[in-house]
Design a protein around this ligand. Structure first.
Ligand code: ATP
Ligand code: FE
Length: 352
């Protein structure tokens, strides 16, 4: 079983060829630079950039693997959730390929693909069995999921306002760092004193596993009221703010995840995915949390934490495998792209 997959839900245009055993035969990604001058992703520009790069990217992927269409069994693409323009471009392109090559089309939920990434045999250091806990943290999402089977995702909690990546990006912007701010903020925080400022840790100590970051963001803004937005901040001050922010957001996240572990006591491990999972300070504390509860901790390599097409291909493989257990042939050619697509709906695809 070999899948050609496409991802286009945000600002990465990506294509991959993935085999049933997790072997990545080829992968290509174009991270759109069109948005840098705007300091954030512009949906309309993203959709147009997907359109102009996708065709060449697919051809490069096929050339890289030196594969014949006869060896490809299905075409998969993100059908949501995400920026709808990009999702329409990628999924329509994939459906066109599927029709032209007479192959089934598999529509993938982007979040489900992030959740299953830790199960890719060649990428994961461990064999990941169900159930496991996934902390998904990116620019657009922040949620904790109990993954109990393919298609069965119990959402334990999620953000009630901003995603963690959004908070990193907005605070970074206030500190005068360039977009995307997360990596720049982490670098600056290394020079700072994390105990210099006491910032709120939203929802700390409350029951449940929801997250909230907007109050923390406002608290940082309040530290900066002595400066104009155009001022260059004193470097040490900015570094101390960055370090104090990173400590506060991490402390809040760890507290919420500790509740998640208690809510899902059968979990076999703690996994993470999403761009914010690149943060080494956060990773260190996630590892310590997992160790406290005797759980292994897995974070996929960075390029598979952020948006990529390999995870889309792998999700298709898992879904096809699960469907075959239900004696069900899959073809989602009439599936419509969706800006929102709750994980709770994913089990429906196996209904007979
Ligand atoms: P989606 O939410 O649909 O997955 P996205 O493009 O926002 O889309 P990612 O590419 O997974 O998601 O993650 C990007 C986010 O991760 C940005 O907000 C970025 O600032 C943040 N990020 C990346 N590296 C770090 C880091 N070292 N520390 C903190 N945040 C980081
Ligand atoms: Fe993503």
């Amino acid at each position: 079983l070999t899948i050609l997959s496409i991802e286009s839900s945000c600002d990465d245009t990506a294509c991959a060829l993935v085999r049933y055993d997790g072997t990545v035969l080829a992968e290509q990604i174009y991270s759109q630079k069109e948005h840098i001058q705007f300091g954030g992703v512009v949906p309309e520009i993203a959709a147009r950039a997907h359109l102009s790069h996708l065709s060449a990217l697919v051809q490069k992927t096929l050339a890289q693997a030196q594969i014949d269409w006869k060896e490809i069994d299905a075409i998969a693409a993100t059908c949501g959730p995400g920026l709808i323009g990009g999702v329409i471009v990628g999924s329509s392109f994939a459906k066109g390929l599927a029709l032209a090559q007479n192959l089934p089309f598999i529509g993938i939920n982007h979040i489900e693909a992030h959740a299953l990434t830790v199960r890719i045999p060649n990428i994961s250091p461990l064999q990941v069995n169900f159930p496991y806990l996934l902390f998904l943290t990116s620019g657009g999402h922040c949620q904790c999921i109990n993954v109990t089977n393919i298609g069965e995702y119990q959402r334990l909690g999620g953000t009630i306002d901003d995603a963690a990546g959004e908070a990193f990006d907005k605070v970074a912007k206030m500190l005068g760092l360039s977009w995307p701010g997360g990596p720049a903020l982490e670098a600056l925080a290394k020079e700072g004193d994390e105990n210099m400022f006491t910032l709120p840790r939203p929802l700390y100590g409350r029951p449940g596993c929801d997250f909230s970051f907007s109050g923390l963001k406002t608290a940082v803004a309040n530290l900066l009221t002595d400066y104009e937005t155009t001022d260059v901040l004193p470097r040490q001050f900015a570094a101390d703010v960055a370090a104090s922010f990173q400590k506060a957001i991490t402390t809040a996240i760890i507290n919420r995840l500790e509740n998640a572990i208690k809510l899902a006591p059968n979990s076999t491990l703690l996994a993470t995915a999403g761009g914010v999972a690149a943060n080494q300070y956060l990773r260190k504390h996630l590892l310590a949390l997992a160790e406290k509860y005797n759980l292994p901790f897995i974070a996929p390599p960075m390029k598979y934490c952020t948006d990529n097409a390999v995870m889309i291909g792998w999700a298709a493989i898992e879904i096809l495998h699960q469907a075959s257990k239900h004696h069900k042939l899959m073809n989602d050619i009439s599936m419509l792209p969706r800006p929102r697509w709750p994980l709770s709906e994913m089990s429906q695809r196996f209904d007979v």
